[in-house]
Design a protein around this ligand. Sequence first.
Ligand code: ZN
Ligand code: ZN
Length: 420
Amino acid sequence: MTSDLEIRLQRYADAAVRGGLNLQPGQRLMMIGPRITGGVSPEATTLVRALTESAYRAGAPLVEVLWGDEIQQLLRFRHAPAESFSQFSAWMPNALIEHIEGGHALLSIYANDPDLLAGVPAERVSAMQQAASRGLQQFSELIGKNRTNWLVVCGAAERWAAKVFPDDAPAVAVLRLWNAIFQMCRIDGGDAAAGWTRHLDSLVYRSDYLNQRRYRALRYRGHGTDLTIGLPDGHVWVSGRSVSAQGIAFAPNMPTEEVFTMPHKDRVDGIVRSSKPLSYAGVTIQDFTLRFAAGKVVEVTAGTGESVLRSMVGSDEGAARLGELALVPHSSPISQSGLLFYNTLFDENAASHLAVGSAYRFTMKGGEVMSDEAFAAAGGNRSMIHVDFMIGDAALDVDGERADGVVEPVMRSGEWSVAI
Ligand code: ZN
Ligand code: ZN
């Protein structure tokens, strides 16, 4: 018997494979995850199988999956020798690199427990994370350059659902999380893949429009916010769609709501107040403000987590400057859900946001081939960190200042001023 949930999982899988990944006939598909913590969530398994079916229907000759196991990972932290956490085995990155260089597609499924490592000694976690980033560096670079079409999606699992819906029974929480995922990914109504493609198109129209305006600065006004952000000459507005090295158009994140670009690292002035809590280094930083002068954070206040926020912006020279600004309308489904997902893919798409730390090279014209010095001279920020924080809500107004000094509305009360 096919349940309602199974039907919607299949629609979600179709939207991911055709609308997001845009899997081409002849491309193999490799899936990574989900990492499941014991117990329930057979639906995450059902999702993997639905994705497999969609991929074969799209013309894949071979579909494979690398399953993860969170309990097995915890057992390592509990029982492996203390000095062993810098070890990282090479077979997986090697297999992934071979897969990518063969022009095949990659899909990651997140269903992770946000609190999995809460009780694990921090030095073991950071040793493992460092070993993983080193071991995966070449793979990450290929992905960063879009060597092939790739996609990250989410699946509901019990531990994650319990964190988002702490008052519900496990089965209810999992179902509510699935419903939230489906809503964010717009899979209900008509052809799910076509619906997702239409949404991506609307984001592209928006970034095209903003690129054509060539604003030299944006002015933000709202609850406790009065901030002017200069935009460098040659800044590029980007939305959720990318093109792979083989020329395949794809959208690497599902859901995605943002259009974003690069602030000028030396031309940010005024004060900005957060609209949502920021989870960083295992601490929740709430109700905080950052004051900027000539691009740099000069004053920090926070209701909770102020010392963590201070040390975050003090991480290195670039950590006290902005590397990204993103606009997301307040009416977007993630924002309207009012939920905190403890998951970057969702929470960073929930509201207009800024990021302290490094700027993306592709948000500046020719940025990928500039020397570090030329990139910095053009206004691009560099840092070891990149941390997004939410500033958008129903009270946010944004104006764009054009090169001739004319100021025009971009957002009013959290919504786009100009219909596209
Ligand atoms: Zn962003
Ligand atoms: Zn970001």
